[in-house]
Write a protein that binds this ligand. Structure first.
Ligand code: PGA
Length: 254
């Protein structure tokens, strides 16, 4: 595990919910449910809800993040949203390189550029990595190594404490009961940490949190945290259900 950091649970709402009213209701449900819990909770709604949602809380208990950012800071880039703009509407975190963005053509080089921009702007950056499938000969490990190295290329060591690696095997995302096993997850956290040490050094790598995402629910969360040796979880589907999401946060706190 990373050096004495608070556990973190990130909710990735993806392209949901369809209305601001629903977004406010889910957010309020989560906010009220985690009041006395000592876990960092980060909600990543669609961009358009960020500013409204930040009006719903005052204390530093729940944080907001975006699901992506532009690698550009300003200018003629139609449809893009910069790190600075996101900070201005309340985001302190960002997810970068989610497999659903990579599936739309985002490369490791694109990811690395965005990661550097986000960190420079002061956003804590959740960098997603994960293999599409596994094979018995372990060639997915080579793929992952390349993804880790490529996604952090040129990202200075001084930002280590603001980097979070989210291991999200693509085959486990949105699959209900098919999360990785805690045993396999533990192996992956060691594998990822080793490569972070190779890229930076032992001290810097120990500042980087490693979290898991892919079909997390209140039933598998306990084992994933206890035996998977991760510093937190990235939750998709279940983060849209306040009751279930709060249950996951409570399990992580234990
Ligand atoms: P899931 O999504 O929890 O619905 O599997 C996780 C993610 O894509 O971040």
């Amino acid at each position: 595990m990373a050096k004495k950091q608070r556990m973190i649970v990130v909710g990735n709402w993806k392209l949901n919910p369809p209305t601001l009213k629903e977004a406010e209701s889910i957010f309020t449900g989560i906010k009220n449910g985690i009041k006395d819990i000592d876990v960092k909770v980060v909600i990543c709604p669609p961009f358009v809800y960020l500013n409204e949602l930040r009006g719903l809380f005052t204390k530093e208990k729940i944080f907001l993040g975006s699901q992506d950012i532009s690698s550009e800071s300003k200018g003629a880039f139609t449809g893009e949203i910069s790190a600075e703009m996101l900070k201005n509407v309340g985001a302190t975190y960002t997810i970068i390189g989610h497999s659903e963005r990579r599936a739309k053509g985002e490369t490791d080089a694109d990811v690395a550029k965005k990661v550097a921009v986000a960190l420079k702007a002061g956003l804590t950056t959740i960098v997603c990595i994960g293999e599409k499938e596994r094979d018995e000969r372990g060639s997915y490990l080579g793929f992952l190594k390349e993804q880790i190295v490529g996604s952090l290329k040129g990202v200075p060591r001084k930002f280590a404490s603001n980097i979070i690696i989210a291991y999200e095997p693509v085959w486990a995302i949105g699959k209900g009961k098919e999360a990785v096993t805690a045993h396999d997850l533990h192996q992956m956290t060691i594998f990822i940490r080793k490569h972070l040490i190779d890229i930076y050094n032992t001290a810097a790598a120990s500042e980087i949190s490693i979290i898991y995402g892919g079909s997390v629910d209140e039933e598998n969360a306990e084992l994933l945290i206890a035996d998977g040796e991760v510093d937190g979880l990235l939750v998709g589907r279940e983060s849209l259900n306040p009751e279930n999401f709060v249950k996951i946060v409570k399990v992580v706190e234990k």
